[in-house]
Design a protein around this ligand. Structure first.
Ligand code: RB5
Length: 150
């Protein structure tokens, strides 16, 4: 699998740890920054990761900020992206099985290294189930194209 990773200053502490973990599992990971702990705006990096994932069909992403909230919100604004803010192996697994998430998001201030490893394992090892979930995922996609209120 190919991953892109991006964080903000409040998510950068785990970036090298995640890169090493993914690489050791035999996958590729491309670092989209930032390169220092200087303050940056999480929307810039959530968007950057999301745009790379959309442009590189079949790839995945990991985004990290302090809580995981802001950077996942930004990533989800890119049409076609399903970024899942996860807190444990269960949510990471379900984000793949039911939601076909391409981006795993989490908060550096929320989870520790053991939980991060278990989330990455679950995200990588769990395929999308398709079936009844495929139509729902298509409806998520449709949300990006305007109102359909009834
Ligand atoms: C940065 O202080 C913090 O607001 C950011 O990393 C993130 O938690 C926002 O959702």
């Amino acid at each position: 699998m190919k991953f892109y990773i991006a964080t903000d200053h409040a998510g950068i502490a785990y970036k090298d740890f995640v890169k090493e973990y993914i690489t050791n599992k035999g996958h590729e990971i491309v670092d989209l920054g930032p390169d220092s702990t200087d303050r940056v705006d999480y929307p810039d990096f959530g968007r950057k990761c999301a745009e790379h994932v959309i442009a590189d069909k079949g790839s995945f992403g990991i985004v990290i900020c302090g809580t995981g909230i802001g950077i996942s919100m930004a990533a989800n604004k890119v049409v076609g992206i399903r970024a899942a803010l996860c807190h444990d192996a269960y949510t990471a697994s379900m984000s793949r099985a039911h939601n076909d998430a391409q981006i795993l998001a989490f908060g550096e201030r929320v989870v520790g290294k053991g939980v991060i490893e278990s989330m990455i394992d679950a995200f990588i090892d769990t395929p999308f189930e398709g079936g009844r979930h495929a139509g729902r995922v298509a409806k998520i996609e449709a949300c990006g194209y305007g109102a359909d209120i009834d």
